[in-house]
Design a protein around this ligand. Sequence first.
Ligand code: FAD
Ligand code: EPU
Length: 324
Amino acid sequence: MSALVTVTENLWSDLDVEAIADAPLGPLTWYGAGGHAEVLIAPRTIEALRTLMQRCRSNDIQVRVLGSGANLLVTDEGVGGVVVRLNHPAFQKADWLGDGTSTTRIGAGADLMKLVQESARRGLGGLSQLAGIPATVGGAVRMNAGGSFGDTAQSVHSIEMLTIDGEDRTIPAAELDFGYRQCALPVGIVVAAHFDLVPGNPEEIRKHVKEVFDYKKSTQPMADRSAGCMFKNPIDPATGRRESAGRLIDLAGMKGQSIGGAFVSERHGNFVGLREGGTANDILALAFAVQQRVLDHSGIRLDREVVVWSKRCENADKRRSEVP
Ligand code: FAD
Ligand code: EPU
């Protein structure tokens, strides 16, 4: 156990939040594995979240934010500090081209897959490239989720967030400097995103949603317990272009390999699945073995895309005062 401040009920007891001490995080992630959070807090209002962040900051308590847990591996020993979850209605609200503005404001806790469907239903284009990606809006922004059909960045107008100090900030997309699976988000929690959605032909939009979704379904093990692609696609030094990490893993003969309950998918080499009873340690051990094998086979080093929460990096994270 690290020498971190222990979180006590004084932190939240007078706030409009739902709090669970020693909360299992595994069931809140797609892997369904990993340990507990010292305390899991779901604020019901933005004011409660703001005050919580300010108190955490002044008491030197680390804050993490959980989306839908689709790109997240929580290590078996769990994490200290506060884990925030934006699953109350205040953080899931949608204002479709509201108040005479031209953008659509969506709460960061809203479900991206439902949002893609609903915008298609309304005949609003701009999100169909994200069909089939499991995420909250906040998680999709943070990861710049996407793929060969496009990414989140291409329709983000701006975001609203609370910084690590609990200060409100609105940041235009241009300042977020979106790149491949990354953005320059200041440390803190995204509370809403504004999207530029363009009215179009609903049938055409629905057709595109289906095309993107069908491609994912036919090439990826969507029903396995995983966190999507384990590694980012690396730049191949020979071509200067990004190469599919899945293809490199496939060529290195790693498909079907397993350690404990973790296995490399036969369908897509970059998906590390987990069988019932498997642990976060199994996943980490297999990811390491895959990385080594690809390096030996192709000379290319794979970097992880999946975010790992562990106690081990707590002090380092705290020094940088980051919400990882
Ligand atoms: P989480 O996994 O909960 O968190 C990921 C990171 O985002 C963490 O660092 C977390 O702290 C941070 N975060 C979450 N919410 C906020 C917030 N409100 N403010 C600030 N930071 C926040 N990804 C792709 O890009 N393309 C794909 O095609 C794709 N396919 C997938 C298919 C499957 C079956 C699965 C399981 C995953 C797939 N992924 C894919 C990965 C995942 O869907 C994305 O990375 C997604 O953006 C994760 O969002 P989330 O809400 O689940 O975030
Ligand atoms: N390929 C293989 N073997 C494999 C996997 C892929 O040979 O095991 C080949 C495919 O046949 C294809 C090429 O590699 O010729 C590219 O494959 P794919 O279209 O599946 O794309 P990818 O680069 O492997 C990326 C994203 C996915 C996203 C898809 C589709 C990354 C790390 N992955 O995969 O995103 O869904 O494009 O848009 O960028 C994620 O990030 O979690 C994720 C799933």
